[in-house]
Structure formats: C-alpha cells, structure tokens
Design a protein around this ligand. Structure first.
Ligand SMILES: [Fe+2]
Ligand SMILES: [Fe+2]
Length: 180
C-alpha cells in the first residue's frame, strides 16, 4: 500500500510559486471562487459601514438624553464595527479586489438595516436585530468558505465572535432597563 502524499511535490510548489507573481497572496492553490468571495466580502463591508453609521447616530442621540452608560456601549460597538470594516477592506485588496466604499447602493449591499429608533429601548432593539442578522450572515459565509480560503474564514470567525458579544451586550442592556 502506497501512502497518499498530503503535500504537493516540492519541485512543483517551487515552480508554481514563480508563476503569476503579480497575484501576490492569491496563488494557484487558492481554492475558493475569488469573484464570489469578493462579492460576499463587499456585502460584509457594506453591512459593517451601515452598522458604524447606525451606532454613531445612536451614540450621539443617547448622549443627548443623558444615557451615558448606554451611549458608551454604542460608541464601543461603533468603533469595533469600524475595525471589522477595515479588516474586511484590507482582505479584499489582498485578494486582488476593490473594496466598495461608495455611499450609492450602500443599504442595498448591506445585510443589516439602518433604523434610527425613537427611544433608547428602540435603538438597542434595532441594534440587536442588526447584530442577529450579521451573526447569521457571517456564520453562513464561514460555512460557505469551509477549507477553501482559511485566512478569510478565520477573519470572519473572529468578527462573528465579536458580533455575538455585541448581541449579548445589547440583551444585557435591555434586561437592565427592564425590557428584556
Ligand atoms: Fe461588525
Ligand atoms: Fe456588531
């Protein structure tokens, strides 16, 4: 019985590494469908930008009605969504794509919605809805990528974990306010 080699022959690896140098990190061994991955990442980027905008609006509105601890939570989430947007944009470029920052069509590309909310409770609820949408879409992307693009998958898993923390924070805020 001949053992199945689990690595490509070194000679072939070395030859492949020299071809298409301009593609940078995207090598011939890249298994995912790059166009689909870039489309998904641009949708995730739009989602994060919409979330930054919504949390910023909520942060300033909550500050205005003197709800400092909730406002602080909104601001922290806004900053973390911005971090996610930056991570995703960087990965899009690394994969040879163009990060779409255009305000035109932003809401259509985004999975989550932009809802201003009339009260503090409304704002928290809308943020929770958006987080839950993000959680499901990130989980689906992770499953879709499987082992075809481990780097993108790992990044999305990290973001997914943080969206779950955000949702958890928001539920706690609702409970504290007696609206859980
Ligand atoms: Fe995020
Ligand atoms: Fe989030």
């Amino acid at each position: 019985m001949v053992a199945k080699p689990f690595l490509t022959d070194i000679k072939i690896l070395r030859e492949r590494g020299r071809r298409h140098l301009e593609a940078g990190a995207v090598t011939e061994g890249y298994k995912a469908d790059r166009a689909t991955v870039l489309k998904l990442l641009n949708e995730a980027l739009a989602t994060e930008i919409v979330c930054v905008l919504r949390y910023k609006r909520h942060y300033f509105m909550a500050s205005g009605i003197n709800a400092q601890s909730v406002a602080a939570e909104f601001l922290q989430h806004a900053n973390e969504e911005q971090m996610h947007a930056d991570q995703i944009a960087a990965r899009i470029v690394q994969l040879g794509g163009d990060p779409n920052f255009s305000p035109e069509g932003l809401l259509t590309r985004s999975h989550a919605e932009y809802v201003e909310g009339n009260s503090l409770i409304d704002m928290i609820r809308e943020d929770l809805v958006a987080e839950r949408i993000a959680i499901d879409s990130y989980r689906e992307m992770v499953t879709y990528l499987g082992s075809d693009d481990p780097t993108t998958r790992r990044m999305l898993e990290g973001i997914l974990a943080m969206e779950e923390e955000h949702a958890d924070d928001l539920v706690s805020l609702l409970e504290e306010m007696g609206s859980g």
